[in-house]
Design a protein around this ligand. Sequence first.
Ligand code: NOJ
Length: 563
Amino acid sequence: MSSPPTRAASRPSTARPAAGPDWRDGVVYQVYPRSFADHDGDGTGDLAGILDHLDHFGPDGLAIDAIWLSPIYPSPGRDLGYDVSDHATVDPLLGTEADFDRLVEACHARGIRVILDLVMNHTSDEHAWFRASRASREGPYADFYLWRDPRGFDAAGQPIPPNNWVSFFGGPGWEWVPERQQFYYHTFLVGQPELNWRNPAVEQAHWDMVRGWLARGVDGFRLDVFNAFLKDPDLGDNPVIEGDSPWNRQVHRNDLDQPDFVDLIGRFRAILDEKPGRLSIGELFVGQTETAAGYTRPHHIVFDWSLMESPWTAPAFAAGIDRRETAYGPDRQPTVALSNHDRERQATRLSASIGRDRDPDRDAIAKAAAVLVLTLRGMPFLYYGEEIGMTDVDIPRAEIVDPPALRAGPDFPWYDRSRCRTPMQWRASANAGFTTGRPWLRLAADADRRNVAVQEDDPDSTLSAYRRLLRFRQTAPALRTGGMERLDSGEPDVLAWTRTGDGQRLLVLVNFVGEARRIDLASVAAGRWVARVGTHRGLPDIAPDGRLDLRPDEALILESVDG
Ligand code: NOJ
């Protein structure tokens, strides 16, 4: 078995200047800590493992600006860290408090910001607050959760839940607790009781925790399911509609998106704004792009799903892009992400989405998708492994680690999230260099061929394309902060848009099909253009009359030389 690489933290820090206070123009890389790199050999990734691999993010690597760590807090792990039993400390499974402080310090020395994932909608049922709360209707934590009396009792004497709310993870939303003779609500697992944000003490407890992490140097937060924090004060029934699952058969009028939620976000932002340069990202829970845009504020951006849910066709992406541009307008900053820990990986999803009429070149599509992520207007978020084109992994039922996946059925369609959370593939050695132990989740079958070490030596690899594009983006003000205009490329399978700012004008072309397409640049955007960077080896020539032949699945960034 191979030994772990030497600690990156001991290497000299880079010459790259730390991004300025308004680093929303940077690129964020999502690390799923359990799956990124295992330093101590117990089979689960850890914070020291991330430290081992900081070079991957540095100027000779991806040159990203921030890492977002999926939850690092103590947790029984029923929802793999999204069931938190103490929000203020580090899970011993992932390392020590000192490891965390070292990681922040080492990242900062390299100009990389650190974003934590805050799970404030619910806790684990093993959290001390919940233990106290379920034990008694008296005491400081009695009202920390959404407790309610039954609506009544049925003929068999069983308590009837207070309303019709259900769990997003399948099954009922209300759980009966005999000790209190009351129900509590949980949007997710029974083991993830919902906090009562209408209790000021809950809000205060969270703000104290937020301040604690800020004092340790954290630069920002991703807010898990943030638009679910507040519920209708009367906990009214949701209206019922047609749908393919119990959750989708309700309009979530009373359990999401309450009118006073924007004030709550304002109070949260006021804490972050005590010092410049702190970012927050809200995870919109099952909402539309327009709702995401509505919650966006200076330094507070919001994930929307219109691109992540789009098939890989030019018309579908055009519709998604236009919808976002209309919803956000020029002054609000969108996010751009095609994968995360809850969704099919983009290399799998995009290729599958185009049907069976041709055998898609997955890697070529993954590279073209990288151009979208890094050149559309908005803050790009990369999900670990997408830079090497990692795909979903078939996980046998006995190895599934995603609890809702185990209850999937005809009336509860569910994507098994274990498939997109498999260990990072570093090199062609045992367990792809992820661990010297037994990996907590199986690796992809192609890990010995598809990994960082192999791809960094190959100029045609997905990793090399990501690195080229990321480095170009770093030096391109038009991509970082410029405006965007979508243009007609003259070819239905090719999307075109410009990014303009700070005296720079760039034209992006993306060919969505596995066939060459000829573009007449003169009719797309006036002026003289030079190809700067793209997905394929070598840059295509532009004929004197402006004709340009895009290769199959090729995406390209051109720059205006007219200023
Ligand atoms: C959203 C997270 O992204 C997901 O992974 C988690 O299961 C739920 N929130 C519950 O915390």
